[in-house]
Design a protein around this ligand. Structure first.
Ligand code: HEM
Length: 220
């Protein structure tokens, strides 16, 4: 296992597996949060279920947090290694001609997403953990909707969230295809993967933007 992660191909495969895992999480996260736009009742029900189900809380959630941390640390590590490998000026110049802006700036978009994560955890995850596991407050199945909408009162938070979602879109536009290619996707599937990747990378971040702006405009 150590020698697998120690090899550069092993690290790339591990990075791709964590990326695909996070993309699946993102889809379910959007599916739950979008319900807050059309049915506060359904949103409260789903959030209460996710927030109190022991399988979600004590198995899925720790795996997710591990996946997030792993993806960030491995991304930074791979970037440092790539930088060391492309020391020649010639390679740097030709890279510009052969690759997209997104692929050359994965670390930049990744770092903005990391900054978003820190704010996002401070906004939602830390209050949630402190409610349940530090203060042991009584569970109220109706609290989730108000807690969510309250966060989007602040226009600066909405702007920062939306900028992060645009960078998330750029990150996914390269990351979706790249992760499947690294896992050896067959050449005949490359075209449909590109199309699905494009739809996913635009649709998912747009959905999150829509939620933030919608709640900002609908604060009572
Ligand atoms: C408007 C957009 C978003 C809203 C309204 C939102 C809402 C929430 C809420 C309410 C929680 C707390 C869940 C809980 O622990 O009970 C949460 C947690 C979390 N969010 Fe988001 N989120 C948004 C966008 C995102 C995006 C774009 C990402 C990833 C890039 C993300 C990643 C996470 C993670 C990793 C957690 C902690 C894991 C968990 O406990 O479910 N969120 N989010």
């Amino acid at each position: 296992m150590n020698s697998f992660i120690g090899s550069s191909i092993g690290r790339k495969i591990a990075m791709s597996i964590s990326a695909i895992f996070l993309m699946i999480f993102l889809l379910q996260h959007l599916a739950i949060n979008i319900t807050s736009v059309f049915s506060p009742k359904l949103f409260n029900f789903l959030s209460h279920f996710m927030g109190t189900n022991p399988l979600v809380q004590f198995i899925a959630q720790p795996i997710l947090i591990f996946g997030v941390i792993f993806h960030f640390l491995m991304g930074i590590f791979l970037e440092i290694n790539n930088k060391k490998a492309t020391i020649s000026h010639y390679e740097k110049n030709t890279a510009k001609d052969n690759s997209s802006w997104m692929s050359r700036n994965m670390i930049l978009s990744g770092l903005v997403i990391l900054a978003f994560f820190i704010l996002h955890f401070y906004d939602f995850w830390i209050p949630e953990m402190s409610h349940k596991y530090i203060h042991f407050l009584p569970e109220d199945p109706h609290r989730y909707y108000d807690e969510l909408t309250h966060k989007f009162e602040n226009i600066f938070r909405v702007i920062f969230y939306c900028i992060s979602f645009i960078l998330l879109s750029l990150h996914l536009l390269h990351g979706f295809n790249s992760s499947l290619k690294s896992l050896g996707a067959n050449k005949i599937y490359l075209k449909p993967i590109k199309t699905i990747g494009f739809i996913y990378s635009i649709f998912v971040p747009f959905g999150f933007c829509f939620i933030a702006i919608y709640h900002h405009l609908n604060i009572h």
